[in-house]
Design a protein around this ligand. Structure first.
Ligand code: NG6
Ligand code: CA
Length: 518
């Protein structure tokens, strides 16, 4: 044990020298890969306690890295979480950052500082592969039939291969760099989110054409036997095939790594799994015994394995920081009749947490988070409070990049926590699901407000309550006992702190004014 400790601290010193570039050497920086799952729950993988399903590749990453038990995304849905991860700003500070339709314009506008632009400035080659869901194009949306501007290429990425929004939203195509992949100009794409466009059948009018039926919503244009959100026509040769999606994007991600193996690279690999529609490849269909939702978890685990195998094969293990996490918590029925509810059995997608996707409870926003960098990050677990919004400032610190005053307004440099050198995490963090919640130490405060307590369609406990809620997460991780009445002074402290965080417009470098007096 002792000698391992010595080796790691010696390595940490060596690493620190490399990062400061001591002796005038060019600092050696690790490749950075963020694998971003979609809707994968805290309890959905075996290294976080799932017993009904086995995720060997994710477990392998957890064994070689640091597994966080108290890490959080910033929102219980995709668009705002992704916005925060890439920009280092809480999405609720900006209008128009909630779940976007598939034809939305870009919400991270050209020139914004992002994780990608920071790493690019540090000399990295940067790529994004997979789900985007942050809009494309200028006001009015993208030109699907021409050059797509206001894209990842305008905010720091050198390469981009995108599912533009979500698999359940049209257009069901890939966008590679500025163009829709394989588009035939004689069959142009038309998209409309208000009314039907063209004559392609819809799930509502022609349910007999469906191979998977909606349970709620998702009854518009049919593509590949599945009805979606939004109307589409044209682009036949460009249409994506759900069953091949994981193969398609994983092979693009592997290719990006192979092509850039000689120099530092940053890859943001955002999978479609395990979002709806859950239509895994035949190799995984029926394999989990839990229906397509479980099969999609197996497919996701396979994608993770492909990335890990590539890093091993290219001998990049000690040179690569891999972060694996999810954009929000789990949901079982998210709009398709895919047997997820019926076949769930004893599986608990959110583990011990209450609520899930769309929820103010921690099931919505406490997520699996693993950081691996063999030789530098010591394997183990961390209870430190950590937020995805901190990745920008932490990776800037890792690569010695300075941020200007307006950059990444809510991102803290938590590099030492990320690398496991510091067991202490953030003092507090904010999460959103409609309204806001704040966690400080063991306490979690949920703002009071109107709204249904249960989202009927998805059967989610939203966490809405007209009364303030206060939970002690250390003693009550399942947020069962509202202690607001018992500890009014803590309610006051946390609601005031949240008020200050909102009104300052920025929290980075303002820690001193945001620390409460007691
Ligand atoms: C909801 C969709 C849901 C999913 C979600 C976004 C309906 C009825 N439900 O509006 O299926 O697409 O948006 O998910 O349309 S997210 O993970 O991208 O945030
Ligand atoms: Ca999501």
């Amino acid at each position: 044990m002792k000698s391992t400790g010595y080796v790691y601290s010696a390595m940490a010193i060596a690493a620190a020298h490399l990062f400061t570039g001591c002796g005038g050497q060019v600092p050696e920086r690790p490749n950075v890969i963020i694998i971003y799952a979609d809707d994968l729950g805290y309890g959905d993988v075996s290294c976080y306690g799932a017993t009904s399903i086995s995720t060997p590749n994710i477990d392998r990453l957890a064994r070689q890295g640091l597994r966080f038990s108290n890490a959080h995304c910033t929102s219980a849905t995709s668009t705002p979480s992704r916005y925060s991860l890439l920009t280092g700003e809480y999405a609720w500070r900006r209008k128009g950052t909630n779940v976007l339709p598939g034809d939305a314009s870009a919400i991270i506008t050209p020139g914004r500082t992002t994780v990608a632009s920071v790493l690019r400035q540090a000399g990295y080659t940067t790529g994004v592969v997979g789900k985007w869901h942050l809009g494309l194009g200028p006001a009015g949306g993208p030109d699907w039939n021409g050059d797509i501007t206001h894209s990842p290429l305008d905010i720091g990425f050198d390469y981009s291969f995108l599912i533009p929004a979500t698999g359940d939203r049209v257009p069901c195509v890939y966008v590679e760099n500025r163009r829709v992949l394989r588009l035939d100009p004689s069959d142009p794409i038309t998209i409309d989110y208000q009314k039907k466009t063209g004559d392609w059948p819809t799930g509502k009018e022609n349910p007999e054409l469906l191979k998977m039926h909606p349970s709620h919503g998702h009854d518009m244009t049919i593509v590949n036997g599945i009805s979606r959100i939004g109307y589409m026509t044209g682009g036949r040769s460009a249409l994506s095939v759900d069953e091949d999606m994981a193969d398609t994007i994983t092979s693009r991600a592997v290719r990006f790594i192979e092509r850039n193996k000689a120099n530092p690279f940053f890859l943001y690999f955002a999978t479609h799994d395990i979002h709806v529609p859950r239509v895994p490849h035949q190799r995984f269909a029926g394999k989990s015994g839990m229906g397509p939702r479980g099969d999609a978890i197996l497919e996701f685990d396979w994608s993770v394995g492909e990335i890990l195998n590539t890093i091993d094969r290219l001998n990049l293990n000690k040179k690569t920081l891999i972060i694996l996490t999810s954009d929000n918590g789990p949901v079982v029925d998210d709009g398709y009749k895919d047997m997820a509810v019926e076949l769930l059995g004893n599986h608990k997608p959110a583990g011990p947490l209450r609520g899930g996707k769309y929820s103010l409870f921690d099931g919505g926003t406490r997520i699996m988070f693993i950081a691996s960098w063999p030789g530098t990050i010591r394997p183990g677990t961390s209870d430190a409070l950590f937020s995805q919004v901190d990745l920008l400032a932490s990776l800037a610190a890792l690569t010695d990049q300075k941020l200007s005053e307006d950059d990444a307004p809510d991102s803290f440099n938590m590099l030492n926590t990320l690398l496991g050198k510091d067991k202490k995490g953030r003092e507090w963090l904010v999460e959103q699901a409609g309204r806001l919640t704040i966690i400080k130490g063991d306490w979690k405060y949920i703002e009071p407000g109107p709204g249904a307590k249960i989202q009927i369609n998805t059967n989610t406990e939203t966490g809405n309550d007209p009364m303030p809620q206060l939970y002690n997460l250390k003693n009550d991780i399942g947020e069962k006992n509202n202690l607001a009445g018992q500890f009014p002074e803590i309610v006051k402290e946390l609601s005031e702190l949240l008020g200050k965080i909102k009104s300052t417009g920025k929290t980075r470098d303002l820690t001193h004014i945001l620390v409460t007096s007691n």
